[in-house]
Design a protein around this ligand. Sequence first.
Ligand code: UPG
Length: 622
Amino acid sequence: LSQRGKAALSRLILYDVANGHAQKHVYADWPERGTEDDEKRALAEQIADLDGSYPGGLPAYLSKAKALLKESADGTNPFAEFEAFVPEGESLSYENPDANPHTGMTFSEAEQAGLTGIGDTVFVLVAGGLGERLGYSGIKLSLETNLCTNKSYLEVYAKYIQAMQRMAHLKTGKDHIRIPLVIMTSDDTDPLTRKLLKDNNNFGFEEGQVTIVKQDKVAALSNGNAGLSMKSKWKIETKPHGHGDVHHLLYREGLVDHWYNQGKKYVIFLQDTNALVINSVLPTLGVSIAKGFHMNSICIPRLAGEAAGAIARLEHKTDPEKSLVINVEYNQLDPLLSSQGDCKGDVADPNTGYSPFPGNANNIVIEMSAYEKTLRGEDQGVVIEFVNPKYKDETRTEFKKPTRLECMMQDIPKLFQKEMGSEAKIGFTMFDRWFTFSPAKNSLEAGVEDVKRGGKAPGTMSSAESDKYIQNQRKLKMAGVDLDVTEEKDLVLVAGIPVTPGPRIILCPGFSITQREVMHKIHGGKITKRSTLVLEGEDLKVRNLDLDGALVIRTGHNCDVTVDGLVVRNKGFELEEVTESAAVPEEVAIRGYTMKKHEVVEIVINEPGKYFIGADGEVKKL
Ligand code: UPG
């Protein structure tokens, strides 16, 4: 055995001998020297890897697991000492011109406040999860957000961050603003994430601007004594540890320290498949700056029973110092609310139709100095873990399948509280659902079942795409364009999922992010329901457009383009439902349709200059 293998194995044996021999099956009864030596070596190396990647090593992992598994078997209620209340937070609505009473800012002012700070931020994209629920075997970041531009989730986030650099420069006058992006991958997603970046020239990021950190899996456990689960005689089974790994990883890799020393002010956490969230980042940051929040979670009205966590104020029954505002995960909310208050569980408030608790979009804005200080604490960013075994029967002794410790990134408030006490300012900001939240998480089949049961948020690839169009309909409507905004009653079923009949509108991040920009760049005009419109270009203005068909306008850097009175008539694009899902690639099957591009007017201008496009669509250089 290698030195490190031998050392790690000895540590495991010493721990196990003193703690009940739950791991004997791993190291006892090894055949004598000369037999299966390579296998022994490989196992010892794996033990050393597991030991090295967990703070405190494998013994720390196993003893935590044993304690948590005992609590789980005993049916201990993790919230026994707390009572859950609906917390008070900030709220902002794109369509509401009034100021938020707490911050004194309107929606647009919050965006502009966010712009003053966005150049000093860092983005972290947690993307270690596999699309198991989605029924997709590739990486979720590679999925197309919509079939008009075919841009992937990763490309949308990348272009958004790059647009933020440009806008931060315009707002602050600072030159060469570079916003770093960290992507957390796992063994399941790492090679394909790297390939996606490489195949697309890093989506326009500069050399060194994107960092990939990979989370490690943890050992799987086969019984209530935290016995290690063996995949084979010489291999320990491993499983993902959850997105909570991100904090310790950023700390361990020295990134937080580095950013702090560079003067970066905020870290913004994104998830893999919610393209709408980029709308809410700037105003949330604006609120964080105005209120001095150390942590600010993006929230939306939550549907009762939805697979989205709830932000709750947990009041400790005896020690107010321990009370905190934190996410209660969706699988824990119903048991918690069934044992407290009116004991009705996770049900809707009849007045609003939503859960009274804000829904957690799980996009978090964290202030850097508080983050750095917290991560330097004894837990080193290791957030509290939990265990969620599925038991074979009521005796709660045997598992249906091996389990493991898990952790979630939104549990960081507990560490803030530990390191900063009552100084920690934890808040959240609520936005409209249409504006902020429509992730692609579920397979088409699961989505269809949900819709049949009356569900309003199937969370499929198709509902995510449809919600993206609807969001842009609403933005253009507000900018004075005559078009139909799809309401719930107008949705049409495609492959069993209610989607917008159109118009399908994509405003690329490079075209507009802020309300001020949309209002400035778009003016008047009309768009029919069957139409498709794609706008991309930092200095593109579209006035009095008359669209019945498909139109794509893309303009490059330093191209000042005004379109006024353009009339477009063509066959446009059309959705075609897939009837035989077995015969099409997985990414088509999970959506349930393809986009037939019959006819389109495409205007592409890349040569710097000033241009005008009138009714006939002719491009005139001025
Ligand atoms: N992820 C990792 N590593 C893991 C597991 C997940 O990076 O080991 C990533 C994953 O790629 C995704 C994110 O973490 O970007 C969230 O994972 P997902 O499986 O989509 O989470 P959910 O169980 O749907 O729940 C999360 C939050 C919940 C919130 C919801 C909003 O835990 O509180 O309401 O996302 O979509």
